[in-house]
Structures are given as C-alpha cells and as structure tokens.
Design a protein around this ligand. Sequence first.
Ligand code: PXP
Length: 252
Amino acid sequence: MTAAVPRLGVNIDHVATIRNARGGPHPDPIRAAQVAAEAGADGITLHVREDRRHVREEDLARLSSAVTLPINLEMACTDEMLAIALAAHPNAVCLVPERREERTTEGGLDVAGLHNTVAPYVIRLREAGIRVSLFIDPHPVQIAVAQAIGAPVVELHTGAYCDAAGRGDLIRAETELRLIREAAVEGTSRGIEVHAGHGITFDTVKPVAAIPEIIELNIGHFLVGEAIFIGLDASVRRMKALMAEARLGPRT
Ligand code: PXP
C-alpha cells in the first residue's frame, strides 16, 4: 500500500479525433503529448483501434521519438495489433475489448470467458519485455483469471461509477465505487499492480484517486474536452492536483 500520488497517464486519442475530422495534420496528438508531459503527465496513453478512428500506427511511431515518458498502447487481442506493438515496443500494452460499433470501450475485457484467447497475447508481449495490463470490470473472478494467465497489471474500468455519478445516482455510484475498492484490494493481495480509468472527470476523480491500492489512472476524453475551455496544460495540471489532494489531503 502506498500514499504516493497515482501516476496520470494522459490519453491523446481525442486530439486525433479532432484532427481526423478534417483529414489534415492539425491538431497534432504528438504536440498534445508534449504539452501533457510539460504539465506533469506521468505517461502517454493511446488506443490504435482496428478502424483507426483516432490515432494510427504512424502516431505511435512519432510519439516514441517525441516524448521520454512511458508509452501505454491500448489494443485489442488481434494479430495485426500484436505486430504493431512488437514493432513499436511501447513500455506498456493494455489489452482491451473492441467492437467496431461501440463509441468507446464500453466494458472490460471478459478475461474469465476469453482466457484462451487473451493468454497467448499476454505471453508474447511479456516475452518482448512489454508490461501487460488487462482492462477489466472490477470483479474478483476477472482478477483471479488475470493472475492465472500471468498479467502483472490490471486496469479497472471506472465507467459504471463515472456514469452513475454523472447522472446524479449517488447510491449506484457508491455501489460501483465499492466494487472498484474491493477489486483494487483483491488485485494487490494477488500481487497484481492495479490501475483504473474510463470516464473520469474533475468531479469523479477524487474517490478513485483516494483508493490507496490504485497506482495509475488513465484519463483522456474529459482532459481533451476541458482543454477547449481552459487549455490542455491547465486541464492536466488540475487533474493532477485533484489526484494529489485525494491521496495526500488538501494543500495548506
Ligand atoms: N483506459 C482504457 C483501457 C480505455 O480504453 C480508455 C478509453 O480509451 C481510457 C482508459 C480513458 O477513458 P476516457 O477517455 O473516458 O478518459
């Protein structure tokens, strides 16, 4: 258990979403990564999707030479994505479920149901020296199977908590938060490093960041959206300040 402030992985996907709306080079997600790094991000996260709706493999290649922060590639369990990961060799890969028709990653990877599919990807990536994480719903069975197939890290899906909090359903939000807390304890007790992410905003970050077992948060859509109003630098700095307050208490 640690009192250290969780690391913040800034997801730059939606800078690329805006870029792709016009087909040109602006706004450049790599420039966003550099601004995030200056503002105190601890890592840069990006999701190369099968349909390339936001970042593409060229972005991943450019990112590697543009920032010194650890790079976390989110990807589906496909041979195409495995080849991209092995060629780019990011510091970390987070295996996520992917359906073309979904707007975002709507649920965690069903590691318990798909362990025969997921396990070979965990092995290949680990053999290549890449830290592997599995994006799962906060459920003890998913954690047990993640451990059984050798995943050193899990990222807990915080979407259900954030959605409930966002619509003002505080009872449901508290229930979802309890599941996240219990899963974080369960993961840590099994020797798995626990991360969390999805749907996190300034309003929802503190209860998640306060969970002592969680050592990394990955946040994208809200930070990029908020950047429209206050700038990306301020958006990242404020998120980190809230994470620090949640873990260490308000600054005096
Ligand atoms: N973590 C994972 C594994 C994700 O797939 C995503 C969305 O790409 C995030 C975190 C970030 O979610 P959001 O963009 O809602 O902050």
